[in-house]
Each structure stands twice: as C-alpha cells, then as structure tokens.
Ligand binder design. Structure first.
Ligand code: PQQ
Ligand code: CA
Length: 694
C-alpha cells in the first residue's frame, strides 16, 4: 500500500498493483506507484498482448484492474472482463444500445469507463441506463433508466450517458450529456446493491421555479433561479448544465464534486435574454454522497456562451500554498484557467491561465470571477468573436495526471481558436444540435485549411500547481491528444492523435519511448501489476468531438485509420500489431449531375443537421463515413431511404424526416454531389468500411 499525496488517497488503501477506480484512487491523480518500468529501462517496453475491438469508433475508456482482472468498456457501452496478464476473455456484456440513439450525442457513442464496488461492475449506457453486472460472471444484477419519464426535463430530452459512474459509500453516482441539443442537467445517486434511487440533484432550475421534489429544490430556488431570465429559451430547451464526465468523491471531506457543463442553447442572448449568471452552469457543485444535499458551489464561467464546461476531470491535491497546507480541488476546465479551490468549503484559492486565454483578462483575486472582455460576449454584440480557447477547450475530457514525486500536473493541453457568431433567426429544433451559433464552416480552399490547420496546437503541459507556472511542455503535431498517466518510475505516458504512444521523462519531458499504434489515441493509459510484472494499457481508437465535427481540420497532419484496440505493454514485450495496410474507404466520385441552385441551400442544411457527425463541409474526420464517397449519392431514392426513412438506423443514422422535407434532403444530396466531384481533401484516408460493424 502506498499513501499518496492527495488527501483522499489516504483513506483509499488501494493496492499498488491495481487500478480499481476511474482515476486509480478517489483523488483521481492517475498516478501509479509502480516502478518496474522506469526512465532507465522504458526503451525495452513492448507489446505484451492486444485485443481488437468489434467497433471502429472512438474509444475513450479507462480500464479498471482489480486482482489481476481487467474490466473495460468500449464504444456502444459494451463491457468485458479479461485476465489482465494475458488478455484471456472472461466474459462480455453488450447492453444492446439501440443504434438510433447515436444521434442524441454530440461526440460519438463513446464510453469512458466502468466503476467497481463490492463484486459488481457499474456502467452507464448511451441510451441512459445505469447497469450493475456481477464482476465474476458478467451477468446483469440490476438495470435502471436514469432519465425519469415524468420529470420536468425540457421539450427535447436528448439525453445520453458516456461518462464513468463513481461510487461513494455504496451510492453509485451518474450524470448525463446532451447540452448541445437540449436537456436539463441532473445527477442521480442509486443504491449500489439494489439500484433503487436515493436522490436526484438538478443542476439548473425548472421554468417558473417549480420544485421537482428533489434534493436540489432548495439550492435551485434560493441560489439559481434568479440568475436566469424567466422567459429565455432555456425554459423550452432545458438549460443544459450536464454533468457528462467529471464526478469526484473525497472521503476526507465526505463530499462529492460535480463538474457542471455548458448552457443549452449556447447562445446566451437566446437562452437567457443575455441576463444573469445562469447557475449552476460552468460550476463545480459539492454535495453529500448519501443524500445529494447541496454543500457549496463555485462558478468558473458565468454568462456561458462558449461551451465552457466545468466537466473536465478534477483531482484532489494536498499542497502548501503561501506557507499553509491546503486540501484542494484542482481542475483545468475548457475555459483555460487552472483552478484551485478549498475542497471543504469551495473557497476560491487561485485561477491561473494554463494556456492562451482571450475571453477574460484575468479573474477577480478575491472571488475568482472572470473579468470577461466585452467583445467575447458574441451573443450580445452581434459581432463575430474569435475565441481562445474555442468550444473544445484548452483542455477537454482527456484526463490529466499528477505525480507526487515531481509535484507537477500533466495536462493534455491544446489551442483551437474558434469563431463565435450568433445564428440569425435561430429557433429550437427537435433534432440536431441547438447552439444558436452560425454553423458556417471552412471554405474548400487548401490555403485556408492549411493556415487554420497549422494554427491549431496540442501539447503536454507539466504544470506546477503550487506556483501556478509551466515547468515544461512537450509539443505535439496536432491537438486532441490522449489522456495522461504518471508513474513512480518517473514516467508520463500519453497516446497521441497521430497514432503514437509515447513516454516522457516526468522531470524534463524528454521523449524516452515511442510506439506506432497505427490509429489515433484519445483514451488515457493505466498501469498495473500481475505476478510481478508491471503493465501499461491503453485503448486505441480515434474519436470524440473533434474528429466528428472538425472536418478537414481533424485530418490535418493526422490521417490514421481507426483500428480500435486495447494495447498492453510490458518490459521486453515482443508481440507485434498486424501490418498497417492503410486500406481505406475508396474515394468513389459520383458522376451524377447536381443543380447549382440547390447546393447552397444543401450546404446550410448539411452544416446544421449533418456536420456534427460527418464533419464540417462534408469532410469526415476519420471516424464516421465520408458522405462525399457515399454510393447513395447515385440515386435520390436511395439517399432518401437513408436520410428520410432511416434505413441505416441501427448504425446510428436515423431518419431526419421529422425535421427535413424530402426536397431539403434532395438539396443536401445535391450539395454532397458537388463536394464529391471536387474538394481538395479528396485524397484523405477515411473510414475503413470493411471493418465497421456499426
Ligand atoms: O454539453 C454536454 O452535454 C456535452 C456532452 C459531451 C459528451 O457527453 O460526450 C461532450 C460535451 N458536452 C462537450 O462539450 C465536449 O467538448 C465533448 C467532447 C467529448 C468527447 O467525448 O470527445 N464529449 C463532449
Ligand atoms: Ca458541451
């Protein structure tokens, strides 16, 4: 047993060999105390075993390892248990998520992992269930629908779950996603043994300040309701505030911290008539694990209109600040500031930019409230605002790690500036994204794509939280890289968007190991030990928000093909991956005629309804099919059967007939034919269709 820095770890008693919780210990430091693999021998690292997954979509899971057994989750919320030393499969569980729910999510049907407690494995499914499986057999113990049918959840209810549940004192805690579409965020606590609901905490008020009969009624009424305009579009859309990823339980303070997301729609003028802080959007909220009772909150981003979620991973750190020992909650949210809060009270300690930030000139040193520059309030000014960070954040969900040996937090940081401009005559749609933002994308001009693509950055940042300074950075070729693992071998591991899996010296950042994993990596590695051997494991599979929406930018300097796999490394491992053939979707170019008059209308409709999955301006980012090469472009009926009648619903491509007229679908086909016949990015590899089950 090791007692880690990070107060909560002291109560954990986690064996050094295991990775039993999402961030290994309750403090979520993502630090392994194992030292067998270290700076002097990491060059001997090699593949011990690997497993091919059955879907070739984004893989974001953190595997758990308990007593030599690994529990992992993959896309479509599938779960399996394998022997961690050999990869022998013990059981598999497919929750049979209906394909047609894929359209409810912004960022692919990913899953970030399971929770383990008392012989059970808990997983949230993309269609909103929370399931408990017997860890030995993989048999279903209980299953609940976490989305209450009768609750006041807005009119759109585009709920999904892709985050990992957390366990606190026998309570399983889970939130949901959907704020890009239209939901009202909430978090629920279920009894781990029975699945019965213990409490529910809504993160934003109900219209008219109506009580829900939930534990959040009082704080919402007293603290939150008056921070919203009573007549904004939130009263229809649900307001947002989803807790779609980070939830941390701190045994030392007996508090659960919720990372609350962005507003729905994004446009603050539309959402709340440009009025109020809109609590608890962009906030960390502390509640009691057994009752859900409110204890404190801290709002990082008031007036949200940038998708600046506080949903990014949090960790607990014990640091000496100004000569005083403090028990702190640390977070590097999308908005670009690294926050330290007193974990017990929520008192603001510091917020220092860990990346370039132009939306705020700093924060009030007493309250931590950002000093938002007037031009950044794009939904009020009516002008375009080039925001840094953009909506993908200076850091997104890919977890950071902390080494108590170096004292650094290792942040998978990035810079993706984004133009924000209000959509004219915005109205809420029942399907597709509801942002209230102009969806015009990049022109099909190679010079523009090159210029913008080159301006996007990704790097690993060693951040000293005690001083608020960058110790060193490791520059990467592109943004949207994987989560981070730190080890007592003084190593930091990270998978990259470009398909590399690397290890760096935790003190200097110098690269000590490189492995060609063939496909982009976004998931975080873990480390564990079985029979005296230390292993490092990581899920491979390019995916998430940027590859789905990013279009040509997501393929800029990154043309890997998605071979989704689990890779497990050990010293002197000598297994090799199959030879990468670069076989890919053939850029089939239709010779069908198109009507130039329909193309512009088709472009606008595409950008609104199709971009979120198939990529800006009909260039796929390497996960879902590139529609320029779709055989269905050959024939209006074939195309309509898919888009209007839902022929591919089981694969996630549902019918859009409730939102798009037949003639509009034909406009989109005309636009795609034009794109098929001439776009500079033709030659980019895309989906390997042969391998995709769904
Ligand atoms: O507002 C939401 O409800 C919500 C949900 C999710 C999600 O569930 O994955 C993401 C986001 N927002 C988001 O803003 C974001 O950048 C994001 C990236 C990813 C991903 O898996 O790559 N999910 C999400
Ligand atoms: Ca969001």
């Amino acid at each position: 047993m090791s007692l880690l820095a990070g107060g909560a770890a002291k109560a954990d008693n986690v064996p050094d060999s295991d990775w039993p919780q999402h961030g290994r210990t309750a403090a979520e430091l993502r630090y392994s105390p194992l030292t067998q693999i270290n700076t002097s021998n990491v060059k001997r690292l090699g593949l011990a075993w690997y497993q091919d997954f059955d879907t070739f979509r984004g893989q974001e899971g953190t595997p758990l390892v308990i007593d030599g057994v690994m529990y992992l989750t993959t896309n479509w919320s599938k779960v399996e248990a394998v022997r961690a030393a050999t990869g022998e499969v013990l059981w598999r569980y497919d929750p049979q998520v209906p394909g047609d729910v894929a359209v409810r999510g912004c960022c692919d049907t990913v899953n970030r992992g399971a929770a383990y407690w008392n012989g059970k494995v808990f997983v949230g499914t993309f269609d909103g269930r929370l399931i408990a499986l017997d860890a030995k057999t993989g048999k279903l113990v209980w299953s609940v629908n976490t989305i209450p049918q009768d609750a006041n959840l807005g009119k759109i209810r585009s709920y999904t779950i892709d985050g990992a549940p957390r366990i606190a004192k026998g309570t399983v805690i889970i939130g949901n996603g959907g704020a890009e579409f239209g939901v009202r965020g909430f978090v629920s606590g279920f009894d781990a043994e029975t699945g019965s609901l213990k409490w529910r905490f809504y993160t934003v008020p109900a219209p008219g300040n109506r009580p829900d009969g939930a534990v959040s009624d009082e704080p919402l009424s007293k603290l939150a309701y008056h921070t919203w305009s009573p007549t904004g579009a939130w009263t229809h859309s649900g307001g947002g505030g989803t807790v779609w990823d980070s939830i941390v339980y701190d045994p030392e303070t007996d508090l659960v911290f919720l990372g609350v997301g962005n507003g729905s729609p994004w446009n603050y003028q539309v959402r709340s008539n440009g009025i109020g802080n809109n609590l608890f959007l962009g906030s960390i909220v502390a509640i009691r694990p057994e009752t859900g009772e409110y204890v404190w909150h801290f709002q990082e981003t008031p007036n949200d209109q940038w998708d600046f979620t506080a949903s990014q991973p949090m960790m607990l750190l014990d640091l000496v600040i100004n000569g005083k020992k403090r028990h702190l909650l640390a977070q590097a949210p999308k908005n670009g500031f690294f926050y330290l809060l007193d974990a017990r009270t929520g008192e603001f300690v510091s917020a220092i930019p860990y990346t370039n930030v132009n939306w705020a000139s700093g924060v009030d040193p007493k309250t931590g409230r950002p000093k938002i520059v007037p031009e950044a309030m794009w939904s009020l000014t009516g002008q375009t605002w080039m925001g840094i960070p953009g909506s993908l954040g200076g850091h997104n969900w890919a977890p950071m790690a902390y080494s108590p040996k170096t004292g650094y937090v290792y942040i998978p940081a990035q810079e993706l500036p984004e133009p924000f401009k209000a959509e004219k005559n915005f109205r809420l749609h029942s399907m597709g994204v509801n942002l209230g933002i102009d969806m015009a994308g990049l022109p099909d001009d190679p010079h523009v794509v090159e210029a913008v693509g080159s301006s996007l950055k990704g790097w690993l940042e060693a951040w000293d939280p005690a001083t608020g300074k960058v110790a060193f950075t490791v520059p990467h070729e592109t943004p949207w890289n994987g989560g981070v693992l730190a080890t007592a071998g003084d190593l930091v591991f990270q998978g990259l968007a470009t398909g590399a899996f690397e290890a760096y010296d935790a003190r200097t950042g110098s690269k000590l190991y490189h492995f060609d994993a063939h496909s982009g990596i976004v998931a975080p590695p873990i480390s564990y030990e079985v029979n005296g051997h230390q292993y490092v494991a990581v899920e491979v599979g390019w995916g998430g928000a940027f590859p789905l929406m990013g279009g040509a930018l997501a393929r800029h300097r990154n043309t890997t093909i998605n071979h989704s796999r689990l890779l497990v490394f050990a010293l002197d491992g000598h297994v090799t991956l199959p030879v990468e053939t670069h076989n890919t979707q053939v850029p089939f170019r239709t010779t069908q005629p198109f009507d130039a008059e329909r193309v512009n209308k088709g472009y606008d409709l595409y950008q609104h309804y199709c971009l979120a999955c198939h990529g800006d301006n009909a260039v796929a980012g390497g996960v879902l099919p590139d529609l320029r090469y779709s055989g269905a472009l050959e024939d209006p009926t074939a195309f309509y059967n898919i888009v209007g009648r839902g022929a591919l619903g089981n694969y996630g491509m549902v019918s859009f007939s409730s939102s798009l007229k037949e003639s509009e679908i034909e406009d989109i086909r005309n636009f795609l034919i034009k794109r098929s016949q001439g776009s500079h990015a033709d030659n980019l590899p895309t989906l390997d269709q042969k391998k995709t089950s769904r």
